[in-house]
Design a protein around this ligand. Sequence first.
Ligand code: FAD
Ligand code: UDP
Length: 366
Amino acid sequence: MNFKYVVVGAGLAGLTMAERIATELNEKVLVIEKRNHIGGNIYDSYNEDGILIHNYGPHIFHTNDRGVYQYLSKFTKWNDFWHRVLTYVDGNLVPMPITVETINKLYNLNLDCSRVDEFLRHQSVEISEIKTSKDVALSKVGQDIYEKIFESYTKKQWGIDPADLDTSVISRIPIRLNRDTRYFSDKYQGMPTHGYTKMCEKMVANKNIKILLNTDYKEVMNDLTYDKLIYTGQTDEFYHHKHGKLSYRSINFAFETFDKEDYQEAPVVNYPNDYDYTRITEFKKLTWQENKKTTICKEFPCDEGEPYYPFPTKECKEQFEHYEEEMKRENKVIFLGRLAEYRYYNMDAVVRRALDTFSDIVAGLK
Ligand code: FAD
Ligand code: UDP
């Protein structure tokens, strides 16, 4: 069978590419997906109690990229949800990321914004060259807050010490010298009103798009011819692990439903120092769904399982560079997304990458 465009993976990267090709170029696209659903890790579904859950962990959309927001808004409306996180430290729930209120609660103080700045400067450790996530935290908040909030959480999440992790990991968390307790400060934030799966379904509601579920691309590739293959799966798999297996961190998601309307004080509560899980999400607090029951999800990070997080260490990056050399030599294959590019992308970054890649394809056709 001949398709001009074949996409491997029906995650956000693959679906954005398929939608653009089908709509803008009016070309037929085949999307091959090994799971039994579209959406990749942003897939959500209703559980037996009718509560909308995120099957692969909590996903909150946030971006400063107007183009990405406008693009996705063609397929969904959004609620005005602003994410908030509390973290459980020394028996108290304090706001995350660190704000004036976090410092005051942790140390039983009543400092204003400028005094918190002074407090943190006093605590912070001077580090001449910031090379790791531990350096990032110590240089911003000092040893005590590092131990209370970052050290154990990060060890649980990644299974290794923050001193062995790239700076990008803890740098994701801002330190705020104000009273803004929102988890993200991006201009556009929210949850798709009818969920991510519905949004994805609208993206691919185009007769030019054919989707083959429950199929590993390797099973069908010999029967296909194409001009361009857009590959969003694991790159090491694509090259039969010739430069070794890339490391990923996985998570076991444990869902529980309670016969009460309300479970916890915030949509997400982090547990840096207690329990084996990192955090608990209560879905109704993200989606604003009404239901007499409530469903939560505990996250237990682990090594084996679905490859959710590319491993952000120097060694893993160096290993991936061998694959990058191979990728550069391909002229019919485009590698895109969190797995294929081995990057810790958020949803908005993945959509941006796909939109830009599509523009490159169009430019190449002229
Ligand atoms: P994926 O969603 O992984 O899609 C890849 C698809 O390819 C999958 O469906 C897979 O089954 C398929 N595939 C792989 N190999 C094959 C094969 N051999 N044959 C056929 N199909 C194959 N981002 C945010 O912006 N906000 C958040 O709050 C947020 N929370 C997150 C929480 C968790 C726990 C995780 C893991 C990620 C989170 N993200 C969040 C990131 C977000 O999930 C990603 O940015 C996005 O899903 C990446 O899309 P993708 O298409 O690149 O990858
Ligand atoms: N982190 C932490 N304590 C927290 C929250 C986060 O140490 O309470 C660290 C941890 O290493 C995590 C990283 O900051 O992997 C990024 O956190 P984020 O919430 O962005 O992670 P995500 O769930 O989006 O991957």
